[in-house]
Design a protein around this ligand. Sequence first.
Ligand SMILES: [Zn+2]
Length: 287
Amino acid sequence: MKAKITFSLVVALALALATPGVRISATPNPQAKSGVDRLYVIDCGDGTGSDESHWTPGVNVGTPIGFPGHCYLIHHTQGWVLWDTGIDDAVAQLPNHEEVFHEWGPGTGPIWRKPITLAAQLEEIHVKPSDIKLMAVSHSHPDHAGNVEMFPNTLMLVQKVEYEWAGSRQDTVGFNKKHPVKLVDGDLDIFGDGSLVLLSTPGHTPGHQSLLVRLPKTGPVILSGDAVHFQTSFEHRYVPDNNWNKQASLQSVDKLAAVIAKEHAQLWINHDQSQSDSQKKLPAYYE
Ligand SMILES: [Zn+2]
């Protein structure tokens, strides 16, 4: 067992060193205090699909699947930061609070339900949309970028290629060009203190990104957007059949695996049901 652990460590280290593109600019001084002090996990929609294998090709063919959707609100000493904005709150007003997509043809779903809004959850912890200093979206799909215009004055961080690609396909949310935006090209240490680092993880879409959050008590956490959809996707490297680029998707998962090994980080997967069930949700928070 010991030999196996040592071998795993060597492999992890070799992977970290060999994987191109893993450059986390600010490796924090362990004595330094993280600028981040809380992270809220927010319910941002609840999806169902009739066939899991759209996300896990060749596996669980025809098996119905349920998947949650989340947004994450982070408090940094410089202000509130929102990661992903979820399914549009307007869906809460539709019959059954649901919106039906036809991603693989008529009647294929997924169906997204939104019984509780992002606005109501922010209100519950007395955070006004105008209090949000920065926002970032992992990518431009509607379950991640649905409420961007609830925060019309909040600077949005998005990868430049995603910004340009968004709106070119029906299954994306086109960004309002009047919205204040900072276009990012690659990894970015947002506040320069290593506490919040955008990681470029293209593949699901051309400019997909993830967020490394260094929490003072919980430790480092990666919010992975749709770089992987489920825990099994990470373990078995499943690439959904509608990802923009399969090779880039696999490289991005390898990149995340290298960061996880290097930082001893947790991978928080936006749509993983059992992981979501184990997490505390707003108004509770992680420190
Ligand atoms: Zn998604």
